[in-house]
Design a protein around this ligand. Structure first.
Ligand code: SF4
Ligand code: SF4
Length: 401
């Protein structure tokens, strides 16, 4: 506390029906404007002077433009400065209804998702419809001057298609969108799927992308490579999973008011990582349904911050697996983030399952920084390559002592 990032899920309803969705409809009612006002009133006094407020879902665009305008007006009237952003499937974007809101309320802070397996992305069961609506919306959004970050999740079978989305971004020339390549993980409709991509496959996929990106330096960035490069150069990275101090700074609020650290924890749907409920004031205890306490008004957010799940996640930043501390990449990786640690039933003390992928990529990035190969990428990230080399050489010397 105070919180600097709020991820708000006003609905988990969606206009698509993808078979791997990590946050499928949960039956809860959509937020009304009054729900937003109540939540913001309760958060008031527990927020940093400027807060990143990310609308998420489900599909947040189902809430319609007037809802987002009214929320922004209410926040402004209360003197609370919120940087609104949105993570959306973009399917309902059209210039006449949305351009103004994207510009005035979100100031272009839009990200979207597009996964390589066409057959799993469907609207009313039809993959062609999804594809047609998505690229029509992207074309319109890019024409309107936006560059949505496109996030995709990759499994063992689709890793080979990572170059396909790279090609799509290249085709937009100077308007090419930034891309994020994530590993698919078991949550939502894919909860029982186990490990969906091997760490070696995910690492190889990122390395193949790196070889091409570093050689061509197109107009767009690739995450997590850019964030990892920043960490190698000794800079702070802004995006997950590199925002290691999220515990106590991030809050995610589900449609029913349930509160988790972040959207990724919410997607896991595991009650032991839930803080409580900001609408009802119920705070979760260590043992479910025992000793549950209910708070009111301004007591609620401090009580959520003190809940067992919140305290455990804050502690994870320090309680990393012992072998991480002797890892040559510990300064950059910091032992994996809290959500990454708990995947595959490992719990908050768990070893990050994709450790091998990070080791593969960090080793290659370090080599690239030291040889000067990464200079153009570093300049683009606003990082001095000479200082980056100096930092790497110094830390390698310290490690050798
Ligand atoms: S736990 Fe990981 S995914 Fe969640 S906010 Fe923190 S860094 Fe991001
Ligand atoms: S790369 Fe692996 S061993 Fe090294 S700090 Fe990260 S999780 Fe730990």
């Amino acid at each position: 506390m105070p919180y600097s990032v709020v991820i708000a899920k006003p609905t988990k309803e969606c206009n698509a029906d993808c078979s791997y969705c990590s946050a499928p409809p949960d039956g809860a009612e959509r937020w009304t404007l009054d729900d937003f006002k109540l939540i913001l009133d309760r958060l008031s006094g527990n927020l940093t002077p400027r807060v990143d407020w990310i609308w998420h879902g489900g599909e947040p665009m189902l809430m319609q433009p007037d809802f987002f305008r009214a929320c922004a007006e209410y926040a402004q009237a209360q003197g609370i400065k919120l940087n609104f952003a949105m993570q959306t499937n973009l399917l309902s974007y059209d210039t006449a209804r949305w351009k103004g809101v994207f510009e005035e309320v979100f100031e272009g802070r839009i990200s979207t998702s597009y996964d390589p397996y066409k057959k799993y992305r469907t609207v009313k069961g039809n993959a062609d419809t999804y594809d047609r609506l998505f690229w029509r919306a992207m074309d319109a959004a890019i024409r309107d001057g936006f560059r949505p970050l496109v996030i995709g999740v990759y499994d063992e079978g689709s890793a080979q298609d990572a170059q396909g989305i790279y090609e799509r971004a290249v085709a937009y020339g100077n308007h090419g969108f930034d891309i994020r390549f994530n590993y698919a993980y078991p949550a939502g409709r894919a909860k029982e799927s186990g490990m969906l991509i091997k760490p070696s496959t995910y690492g190889r996929m990122l390395l193949d992308l790196f070889e091409r990106w570093i050689d061509e330096m197109p107009a767009f960035n690739i995450t997590p490579l850019d964030q990892m490069l920043a960490k190698v150069a000794g800079h702070r990275a802004q995006l997950c999973p590199w925002t290691k101090s999220c515990g106590g700074r991030f809050l995610t609020i589900d449609p029913d008011g349930s509160v988790f650290n972040c959207s990724e924890f919410s997607d896991l749907g595991d009650r032991k990582y839930r803080f409580g409920n900001i609408l009802t004031g119920v705070i979760d205890s260590e043992v479910q349904s025992v000793d549950v306490r209910t708070y009111i008004g301004s007591e609620i957010v401090p009580a959520l911050a003190s809940s067992p799940a919140s305290r455990d996640i804050i502690r994870r930043a320090r309680n990393v697996p012992p072998d991480c501390r002797s890892c040559p990449h510990f300064q950059e990786c910091e032992g994996g983030c809290a959500r990454d640690a708990v995947l595959f039933e490992k719990g908050l003390g768990g070893k990050f399952a994709y450790c091998e992928s990070w080791k593969m990529v960090f080793s290659r990035l370090k080599e690239s920084v030291l040889s000067g190969e990464a200079d153009r990428a570093l300049y683009r990230l606003g990082i001095d390559p000479v200082a980056a080399r100096h930092r790497l050489t110094a830390s390698e010397l310290i490690a050798a002592c």
